[in-house]
Design a protein. Structure first.
Length: 342
């Protein structure tokens, strides 16, 4: 996002895609996939993400948050990871633990590498190519998890500078991951701090999908101050759904440092369109954006106004979230709200 203040002070039209791209069969793939512009499970059941972002890399001891996020009604969690830009870096043991926590609590696990945040504008940010190297180093713990895990290659991988490079960088990242044999559905964030206000991702999305031989790529838009009117939100969602390109609003709030957000329309419009949404974020925000905490101090008994709106309000989690069918018949560890680990 433009001039974004983030977690812990630094975190956080009219196109018609060729039918062959939009309807590319994913039947050769395993696990979660994209079919005809929609995310589906391996059995073909639609998978509409309704979830919450969790700052795992900064709060490694707050593992009870997975159960509490599930108890709040989510069917997915977007797990913030770091390959070294942020401390501590998350190795294979951490990634395996995060996946197991998701599975134990019957959540679809969206793993994202946060090191790319604001590349080209913010000091310390790494290129998407570095994020790919991180995922390849995790391949041994990712293998076999395709039913449960989506790989979000890099968070907000360009700031507001040189955003035209996003398309080639994203195409190359997908090519490396597929060439290495990763079969997971891949998620790609927009440039402009995730908000795509220059429409680079919107306009070149068919090129990106065409670069994935499996067709299993979903686009991620972050909606903050850029998306302050219903018309902007609906138009952006429609630009993807009518071209049968998979999309998720994988970060959004009710306001932010760059302005107010029309969160009511984000919730109603994603529900109407069958598009995923994932709120930022469970808890732990700093640097002046503490208002984006859904619960205070990781305590599920202390919902903020934003948490109450997203979890219990119209078109929120309680009303719209449906558990993934991969967990049907499996016992759940998240039968009630629990306290986070101190």
């Amino acid at each position: 996002m433009k001039d974004r203040v983030a977690l812990l002070a630094v975190t956080c039209l009219g196109f018609l895609a060729p039918a062959a791209v939009a309807m590319r069969s994913a039947d050769a793939a395993v696990g979660i996939r994209v079919r005809d512009g929609r995310l589906v499970e391996a059995n073909g059941t639609p998978l509409i993400l309704r979830g919450i972002n969790h700052p795992f890399t900064w709060f490694r001891s707050q593992n009870a948050s997975f159960a509490n996020i599930k108890a709040a009604g989510a069917n997915a969690v977007r797990v913030v990871l770091s390959g070294g830009r942020w401390q501590p870096s998350n190795g294979r043991a951490d990634v395996a633990a995060a996946i197991n926590l998701c599975k134990t609590n019957r959540l679809i696990c969206v793993l994202e590498n946060h090191d790319t945040t604001g590349f080209g504008e913010q000091g310390g940010a790494v290129a998407l190519d570095n994020a790919v190297s991180y995922w390849l180093s995790m391949q041994s713990v990712l293998a076999g998890q395709e039913n449960f895990v989506i790989l979000n290659i890099g968070n907000e991988p360009y700031g507001n500078n040189n955003t035209s490079g996003w398309t080639t960088a994203t195409v190359n990242a997908i090519a490396r991951l597929r060439a290495a044999g990763l079969q997971h559905t891949l998620m790609v964030d927009a440039p402009n701090w995730g908000q795509d206000w220059q429409f680079v991702m919107r306009d070149t999305a068919p090129t990106v999908v065409a670069a994935d031989p499996s067709g299993n790529t979903i686009f991620s838009i972050h909606m903050y101050g850029v998306f302050d009117t219903a018309a902007e939100i609906v138009s952006y969602l429609d630009s993807f759904t009518r071209r049968r390109l998979a999309l998720c609003v994988c970060e959004f709030g009710f306001r932010h440092s760059d302005g107010e957000v029309d969160e009511d329309t984000i919730l109603s419009a994603t529900q109407a369109a069958g598009v995923g949404n994932m709120a930022w974020s469970w808890s732990g925000n700093g640097g002046g954006v503490e208002y984006l905490d859904l619960v205070v101090n990781f305590d599920p008994r202390q919902r903020s106004g934003w948490g109450t709106r997203y979890i219990a309000g119209p078109n929120g989690l309680s009303a719209t979230s449906r558990e993934a069918t991969i967990y049907s018949g499996m016992a759940s560890a998240a039968t009630h709200v629990v306290q986070d680990i101190p």
